[in-house]
Design a protein around this ligand. Structure first.
Ligand SMILES: *[C@@H]1O[C@H](CO)[C@@H](O)[C@H](O)[C@H]1NC(C)=O
Ligand SMILES: *[C@@H]1O[C@H](CO)[C@@H](O)[C@H](O)[C@H]1NC(C)=O
Ligand SMILES: *[C@@H]1O[C@H](CO)[C@@H](O)[C@H](O)[C@H]1NC(C)=O
Length: 169
């Protein structure tokens, strides 16, 4: 095992769990532009963030965009959904083809390492903590976190930033 004393340089150094509990080495996303989003498994069916994320994905996946969704229920009520239920919910309601990972915490001591890392690189306007569902982190092809967007930022308004990163070789 490599020493953990060195600060990670990129998202690609992390391993996360998919909704079925299997390890996913994020180095498989080298060369992709990533939009990493925390979603609530019981968000309103009408929440436009889901539909807009799907629109972005369908438009840009062939150009190298991947959307990585991490279910997190640290906001509002805790609910019992299993990972399979979450997956099914996201997939059937929103036809999400992008990966939905294992449930994580994004704040506090038990926050997933990838979230601790992203927050350390890109603090929020009012402190590092994630404030609500649909906080968004934009990651370039080298795995560097280049931007962070508030939950109130609509996914479609990030389109121009995504395009810019996709156009970079
Ligand atoms: C992830 O994959 C890369 C490239 O194949 C490898 O160097 C790295 O050790 C892997 N990381 C883990 C935690 O398995
Ligand atoms: C955010 O998630 C919580 C559940 O964790 C839910 O109660 C709330 O309605 C969600 N908010 C939005 C705007 O989707
Ligand atoms: C989702 O996107 C809409 C705009 O499209 C925004 O108004 C809303 O606040 C966003 N966030 C949440 C948590 O619903």
């Amino acid at each position: 095992m490599a020493s953990h004393s060195n600060q990670p340089q990129s998202i690609h150094e992390f391993t996360v769990k998919d909704a079925k509990g299997n390890d996913v080495n994020l180095s498989t996303y080298k060369g992709k532009v990533l939009l990493i989003v925390n979603v609530a498994s019981q968000c309103g069916l009408t929440n436009s963030n889901y539909t807009e994320l799907t629109q972005l994905y369908e438009k840009y996946k062939n150009q190298g965009l991947e959307i990585l969704a991490f279910p997190c229920n640290q906001f509002g009520s805790q609910e019992p959904g299993t990972n399979e239920e979450i997956q099914e919910f996201v997939c059937t309601r929103f036809k999400a083809e992008y990966p939905v990972f294992d449930k994580v915490e994004v704040n506090g001591d038990n926050a997933a390492p990838i979230y601790k890392y992203m927050k350390s690189v890109k603090g929020g306007l009012f402190g590092d903590n994630i404030k609500w569902n649909f906080s968004k982190f934009l990651v370039n092809k080298e795995g560097e976190v280049v931007d962070r967007y508030a939950p109130t930022t609509s996914p479609l308004s990030i389109e121009k930033d995504i395009k810019k990163l996709l156009e970079k070789a």
